[in-house]
Design a protein around this ligand. Sequence first.
Ligand code: CA
Length: 273
Amino acid sequence: MGITLARRGEQGQASMESVEKIRTVANDAETTTSDRSQFDRRMKPTVMIVEDEEALLTLLQYNLDKEGYKVLAAADGEEADLMIRETTPDLILLDWMLPGLSGIELCRRLRGRAETRNVPIIMITARGEETDRIRGLDIGADDYVTKPFSMTELLARIRAVMRRIRPALTEDLVTFGDIVLDRAAHRVRRGDREVRLGPTEYRLLDHLIQYPGRVFSREQLLDAVWGSDVYVEARTVDVHVGRLRKALSIKGEKDPIRTVRSAGYSLDEQFHS
Ligand code: CA
């Protein structure tokens, strides 16, 4: 998913760049080198695997990586808990029978913390653990698979859970009011017109549209859109937000971006109404 999408996206971006040559001259120097890695990083949802069977862990890691996910792996519950405190994954694949802290205990802990309360959990159970399965769903797991399971089926379930929880993270077509962002074609439409965006403005919109209503500081936008390893001044963000605004509202349409004084920017939640 992630890998194919990134390739298609790059081609789209290249053609859009040539259309936008004049307007985006200023962008080029700061975006060319990190374009690929930025695009990949942003598009990849993180899946955490908690599994003590080494062979299965390796197999899962391999397949999820191939599918385009960023993979975190832990062999026991305590280790997983520590890692999750560092980085909140987008989904957790959790084996029920673990040495030490069991899958069910870890699930309970995660559901008890605000940061992880809504992270989807798919549990992996051994055959015949019917009671555990029911307990698991009771305690807040979103889905389960029974060992031995088919990799194709597991991947399909992961995609289904992702789509349900965070549609804007995985879908090719993301809409916000009358704005449509088409990741496959790397295009943006507003109503019935095409919105011409430079590569940086496109990435800005793609980031904001994943979190409608959330306010991002200039520094957060720099990290997410330009990358933390690139030196760009914070006011550069204002310039690109300005360009994005102008392109989105060129026909006098309602401005979807909210400026929050001394805080940053967000996609306006009130925009739809
Ligand atoms: Ca196990």
